[in-house]
Write a protein that binds this ligand. Structure first.
Ligand code: 13P
Length: 251
């Protein structure tokens, strides 16, 4: 059985105080869930990590939204995987489309970050996904494949097994336009098949592949019902505790 995961990516939202408040609310709602078998993760900004980690008691895990591609040294403004780990965070989002788009992060750099995350005992949530023009040209399979091959396929099998993959079509992020559940299933299956060609079917079957892009309580159930959709990476809806929990209970 693959791990079901719902991760909330807060992006650059919430002051420290607001973030702690949101974490308190989410934590309370998660604690009240009965027989919850979903791994709930929240990914606040770096400066919130320590406080949010201290705040949650219900088994929620914490993720950073990024980490540096170097281990330490003269890289002003960067935060290393070692530092992230030292806050008590267990996961790190790597290669979010906003990092790829606005900060020119490419697959080679993202592979380095992934390796550093793993070396430091963090679980990478590795993001992939095509932009609208690529989807319209029917290039989404090719794009996603090269993101996986270049970003992940140099990992050893033992390292690869630890990775969580998040498919986020860029045209669906923050647009209110969700991929249909059939579109999501089609590409998630393609991602799993691509993984199987490199690491074998058993490894591919064990990897959680999350969907992200305008996921909300009203569409989560249909998306999560698909066999290769193992949960969600949530943006906007993760900023409202009740909406986020409405997605967690969408399985
Ligand atoms: P939205 O849920 O706001 O579309 O964002 C998705 C996302 O980018 C999560 O990482």
């Amino acid at each position: 059985m693959r791990q079901k995961i719902v991760a909330g990516n807060w992006k650059m939202n919430k002051t420290l105080q607001e973030g702690v408040q949101l974490a308190i609310e989410v934590d309370k709602l998660v604690a009240a869930l009965k027989n919850n078998d979903v791994k709930v993760i929240i990914a606040p900004p770096f400066i919130h990590l320590t406080e949010v980690k201290k705040t949650v008691k219900s088994g929620i895990s914490i993720a950073a939204q990024n980490c540096a591609s170097e281990d330490s040294g003269a890289y002003t403004g960067e935060v290393s995987a070692t530092m992230v780990k030292s806050t008590g965070a267990e996961y790190v989002i790597i290669g979010h489309s906003e990092r790829r788009q606005y900060y020119n992060e490419g697959n080679k750099l993202l592979f380095k970050k992934t390796q550093l995350a793993l070396t430091n005992g963090l679980i990478p949530i590795f993001c992939i996904g095509e932009v609208l023009a690529e989807r319209e040209l029917n290039k989404h399979f090719e794009v996603v494949k090269s993101q996986i091959v270049e970003g992940l396929f140099d990992l050893s099998v033992d390292d690869f097994k630890k990775v969580v993959v998040a498919y986020e079509p860029v045209w669906a992020i923050g647009t209110g336009k969700t991929a249909s559940s059939d579109q999501a299933q089609e590409i998630h299956k393609f991602i799993r098949d691509t993984i199987a060609t490199k690491y074998g079917q058993a490894v591919a079957d064990g990897i959680s592949i999350l969907y992200g892009g305008s996921c909300k309580p009203s569409n989560a159930k249909e998306l999560f019902a698909k066999p290769d959709v193992d949960g969600g990476l949530i943006g906007g809806a993760a900023l409202v505790a009740s909406d986020f929990i409405g997605i967690v209970t969408g399985f």
